[in-house]
Structures are given as C-alpha cells and as structure tokens.
Design a protein. Structure first.
Length: 290
C-alpha cells in the first residue's frame, strides 16, 4: 500500500480514505481543523457511517480549542477529549492515525491546512489486518480511558517507545524530525552511529536543540537544518538499510515516554521504503549545515 508525501501529494489521499468508510471511522489526531477534512467526515456520516474522534484538549500547552471542538461536533461525529493520562501539563495526545473497516492510516501529519500545504509529512495507508486490528483496539481503549492494549510489532506506540525508537536509530542511515530533544538513549544511539548517519531538523529548533545538534556534530553525525521558509520539517522518519519508520514520535523523552504517539515500521514494502528514503535524502540535500 502507498506512502504519501506532503505537501507534494496534497489532501486528496486522506479525503479518499475518509470517504471510503462505509460502516465506521475512528480518528485520533493532535490537531484536526481542516475544513475539507471535516466536510468529508460530515458527508461520510450522512452516508451512514459512524465516526468517532479523539482530540487533544491542550495542544501547544494551553491553546483554546473551543472553536475546533465546535467544528468537530458540527460534523456530526461523536467527539471525546483524550484520556486524562495524556491531557495534563506537558503531556499530549499527539497521535495521528485513523482506521475504518477496510484500511488504516498512520502518519506524521495533523489534519490541518499547514500539514497539506507547507509541511514535510509522511502518510501511510495499509490494509494490513494486524495493524488495523491493533489501531481499533488502541482507539477503543483510549476512548474508554482503559489501559493501553498489546499491539502488533509492526507499530510502535508511546508511552514506552524510547527503547524501540532508539534501537531503530542505532541502525539508521538517515533521519529527520521536528525536534532532537532530550532522550538520552536516542542521543546516545545517534552519537554511536556518528558519521554513518545523517539528520535533518528544521531551522526553527530551540536553543537547547541547537546544543544537542552540536553535540551530535561533535560525534561526527551529519546534521543539517531545513529552512522553515522553504519547507517546514514536521516529519518524523528513521530510515535504515532494510526498514523505514514514520510516526508521530519526536526524539524527546516526553514524546517517547509520556505522550500518546503512534508510528509504523515499514519492512516489506520496497517501493514504500524507497519513497521515504528518497524523500529524506532529498530533504538532506536541500538543507544547510547546522
């Protein structure tokens, strides 16, 4: 199944996914306010599908989401704020996935105009039964505020993904992220890779991230910054010789150990892995040295 790259592929693949829902559609997104997405949700409900949406109640810390929640409710969907475990100061429901009776979508993109118009994002759509079942189970547990269930090894969920993500970094040849963050296992994995790995970050990284990037450069990691005016580096991707990982996880302790996050490991799909790899390599070539 395909990998889509934003902003190149636009929002049509996402709209098609929503419209393909016949019985149900489950959506969990940190931000969801794009008018075309909400209209597709509304149209899907009118055709008889049941739609449930989990949203983060405190994006960016303390943002007022009254207008966004009103728009979600107006779509006709059943809407619920994320569980208390992911709805407290400094902790977020940062996931970006949806699933229906036929397919699952996992990616780095929020359902916003910026995601489809100016950000680097990856979106993966699959009919894989194990992934679909796992996401349904995960969504239902969060909807009901219950304990996180076991999921297929094909996906990685937070909280508790620091070991898995740092393991992928230890075998990476190139990666990109919105943040490099403060995860010691991830930083150590990058430093051990040294000159064998390249990393792309946005030019808007924080002062602390600039210090972390410098520490990586001292270990000979090839770090470059993408000009945010050219392309905002919102994607989170890790590419090795025989895998690609895309998901909502940034390389921070909070993202890996506290937030609700979801990512997917691509192993079998050669063309999908190649598309992610080519895109990240292109981004690296367009970025500037840190």
């Amino acid at each position: 199944m395909p990998v889509y790259v934003e902003p190149d592929d636009g929002k049509e693949p996402v709209l098609r996914f929503i419209r393909s829902s016949r019985r149900f559609l489950l959506m969990n997104f940190y931000l969801i306010d794009d008018s075309d997405v909400l209209k597709a949700v509304s149209d899907t409900i009118k055709r008889g599908a049941q739609v449930r949406i989990i949203y983060d109640g405190r994006p960016y810390g303390d943002s007022d989401v009254t207008a966004e929640v009103k728009a979600l409710n107006m779509s006709g969907a059943k809407v619920r704020r994320s569980p208390a475990a992911f709805d407290r100061p400094g902790v977020f429901d940062h996931a970006k996935y949806m699933v229906n009776e036929r397919q699952a979508l996992i990616g780095t993109a929020n359902m916003t105009a910026a995601a489809f118009g100016r950000n680097r994002e990856f979106i993966y759509i699959t009919k894989d039964r194990a992934i679909r079942k796992s996401l349904i189970s995960l969504f239902n547990s969060d909807w009901d505020g219950k304990e996180t269930p076991r999921v297929t090894p094909k996906i990685i969920t937070s909280p508790g993904s620091e070991t898995s993500v740092s393991s992928l970094v230890s075998r990476a040849i190139i990666a990109e992220s919105e943040e490099i963050g403060d995860s010691k296992p991830v930083m150590e994995a990058f430093r051990k890779r040294g000159r064998h790995v390249r990393l792309v970050l946005p030019s808007t990284i924080s002062a602390s991230d600039r210090k972390n990037a410098e520490l990586l450069r001292e270990s000979h990691v090839h770090v470059r910054l993408m000009d945010a005016k050219k392309l905002y580096m919102h994607a989170k991707a890790i590419v090795g010789r025989d895998f690609a990982f895309i998901g909502s996880q940034n390389f921070t302790s909070t993202s890996l150990q506290k937030n609700r996050e979801v990512g997917v490991i691509l192993r079998g799909g050669f063309f999908e892995r190649r598309k992610v790899r080519r895109t990240v390599l292109h981004d690296y070539s367009e970025a500037q040295k840190a």
